[in-house]
Design a protein around this ligand. Sequence first.
Ligand code: GLA
Length: 696
Amino acid sequence: MIESVGKGRTWVLSGPTSSYALHLTDDDDLLHLHWGPRISGADAEALAAQGPPPSWPFESQLDGREEYPVEGGPRFVRPALSVRTPEVRGTEWCFAEAAVYGDELRVRLADAVHGLDLTLHHRMRDDTDVIERWVTVTHTGDGPDLELLRADAAAWTLPRRDGWRLSQLHGRWAAESLLVRSELTYGEKVIGSRRGHTGHQHLPWVALDAEGATEERGEVYGCALGWSGSWRISVQQLPDGVVQITGGVGHDDSGLLRLAPGQSYTSPVFAGLWSDKGFGGASRAWHAWQLAHVVPDAAAERPVLYNSWEATGFDISEKQQRALARRAAAMGVELFVVDDAWFGQRTSDRAGLGDWTPNPERFPDGLGPLADEVHGLGMQFGIWVEPEMVNADSDLYRAHPDWVQHHPGRARIEFRNQLVLNLAREDVQEYLWGQLDGLLSSTPVDYVKWDFNRCFTDAGWPGEDYPQKLWVEHVHALYALLDRLRAAHPSVAFESCSGGGGRIDLGILSRTDQVWTSDNTDPLDRLAIQHGFTQLHPARVMAAWVTDSPNVQLNGRFSTLRFRFVSAMAGVLGVGGDLTEWTEEELAEARVWVELYKKIRPLVQHGELYRLRAPEGGLSAVQYVKGDESVVLAWLQAQHYGEQPPRLRLRGIDSAAAYEDLDTGALHRGSVLLHHGLHTGLKGDMDATVIRLRRH
Ligand code: GLA
């Protein structure tokens, strides 16, 4: 709901529990007024009437108060927008117009010298407290081209509080999404990616709390960016304690695009959320918004998947894949995915990327016969691709060595023996469209795992006037390709992978059905990764596989099948072990776990998630609640001194009701579960359990 008050110069956007307000002063300064609990139009007018703070030597009266601080004028904060022509840098705005389109407010400002229009978009849908913000910048003049050095999607302003704390999700390959909290001090904290993809190092999200929010209580502000290329989020605490958060495309201010007259740029969405229900309440609001408005076809349940990567690596054959498929089907798997090495001369990571036709020695009749067998076994059929990349040893590179990002005369740097295609080029876009559309049209493929296994290094584009634009245009081309493929092949689902979790963000999630959370499939490490991941994203998109023990990919750790399954069942369950090596007992046990997962899947994938205890050594647990049902997944890392692990105090259930344990028949009183907790019965080292409860 959007209310417009105060002669139409103050706007209040309200969701179920929160409001956001902005105000245009008589001098046409666009100020931020409020972000927090719901307020009325009259409250917003009262805030607007408070006027500016007293002027202070050496300080700007605009800093910390503006809705979208730009470069130029009496400002010293980090600007969200920076534009230049050869002669003039910075901007000077006049208010042009404001209009409400349903749940979206658009405020348009104009700079007469540049011939530049800036529209600030704010959207708050009725069913959510998430505010979506983005900007559009248009060259409306007939003067020289405008160089857009930076155009952040939004600047968020937080109220003054004592002791802000910053939460972020940091990581690296095989250790993505790790939650860390630290005190925010004066100055600036910058996170982002200079790598061309979202990166393993940070998820584009921050949360701020003051006054010690907990999992279930307290005020939490969060901001998340929907962009899958290089990006930056800056959190700055100004000298007077106000916190401002800017976020957008590109890490540095070294240039995004050049706009000719008539051209425009639309930023991605930088979403914000206020919650007074702690980190857990904030997560649940983020999850609900993504399932309702971001993730395509989110109401559909994701199938249990088998992926052959850890089992077979590059050494694959049709016969071996058929053998794995038969075992997977017998276990209850619903989607069989052939990973790397089915195409071109891809017998190792040194060759083949770019040549998206089945390897004739490995699949003499193409992928069709395997796909048919998989379908015959009652499963869907999926394949792995990495379209944005090429090996130097490939037919594609031999034919088009100029299609990769490179600087003339300089070395073409390889990571994992591969180079990055310049997707900003139309000929590259058309080639990939032809290859992928051809593949999906000629083979009955239901699922595409789309990988991206190296960062940009030599982002040059010889012959192009403004090569810098390839950073932005690569991502736009990727999005366009995915959109086009989805439209042409609506029954095909897509997974975003980038060496595990290197490309997870709201932008890619609006075009893919699930993401590969991490190449780290160790079930214990995964608990911390999943704990971080779910701060922002829902379990419905969080793929998790059960692989072999000892863990081959990473650390050689031994774990029981039970522990591995319960860990992976917290997200979209998959299996990735070498099933030809599993014993009959293991296969039979796995079948039981898969069956159990299918029973709890509606709750895991579409229920509300409560993180009951964080994975910090002892007992950790998550709970999913949907309607009258609830399921608890709990893991005990190590029991010490014979002490019984603590009981788990459940959440989201009715204190006046009784709950039946669906496996033991035991009855529990809601009030007891909420206040005193549930005994898990876990003991020893690396034990795990699933407890299903239904209102009696
Ligand atoms: C990446 C992915 C893996 C696997 C390999 C194949 O590392 O994260 O899951 O697909 O590529 O080369």
